[in-house]
Design a protein. Structure first.
Length: 168
């Protein structure tokens, strides 16, 4: 028996009367179709990240920072619950990195031993980087400086494990 590309195939009969080559071809076609359709189904089933309403971050975030506009927001269920509030972020050489983080711990009266300075209402989310009360007149060493009202509101709203998103 010859196949569709001119190769000679096995003409033995399988139990039930179908030639083995046809059975093998049907199996191969079924496997390819399953892979293609399975990939399409998997790709279609992957949910697209939802955008927050009123802020430039994903709806999953509880806190959102936009570095280019020096603004931050608190979100609840993907909708802005506070903000925008003014911020200052890291200076050249000490840039605040964009990305997705989680609040690690909070300290109402934190003192920076590195910079020998107070950091009231600190909410740490990326190693030594935190939201905290501080001057908006100049850039920081990576932290997100906020007004007292902003820092206190973020401190009271955020809990360890809450997602923080920083966008450029």
């Amino acid at each position: 028996m010859w196949d569709s590309v001119g190769r000679h195939g096995d003409t033995r009969m399988k139990k039930g009367g179908a030639p083995i080559m046809i059975t093998r071809l049907a199996t191969a076609v079924g496997m390819v179709a399953g892979l293609v359709l399975g990939a399409a189904t998997t790709a279609a089933a992957a949910p697209m990240p939802r955008q927050a309403v009123g802020a430039p971050c994903g709806a999953h975030a509880k806190a959102c920072v936009q570095l280019s506009t020096n603004q931050a927001w608190l979100l609840s269920g993907g909708v802005v619950s506070y903000g925008p509030t003014p911020i200052r972020s890291g200076m050249s050489g000490h840039e605040t990195p964009p990305g997705n983080f989680k609040v690690s711990f909070k300290n109402r009266n934190h003192w920076s031993t590195l910079f020998n300075a107070p950091m009231p209402f600190s909410v740490f989310f990326n190693g030594g980087i935190a939201f905290h009360q501080g001057s908006l007149d100049r850039a920081s060493h990576g932290c997100i400086r906020m007004t007292r009202a902003g820092a206190e509101t973020f401190f009271n709203a955020l809990r360890p494990g809450d997602p923080v998103q920083v966008v450029p």
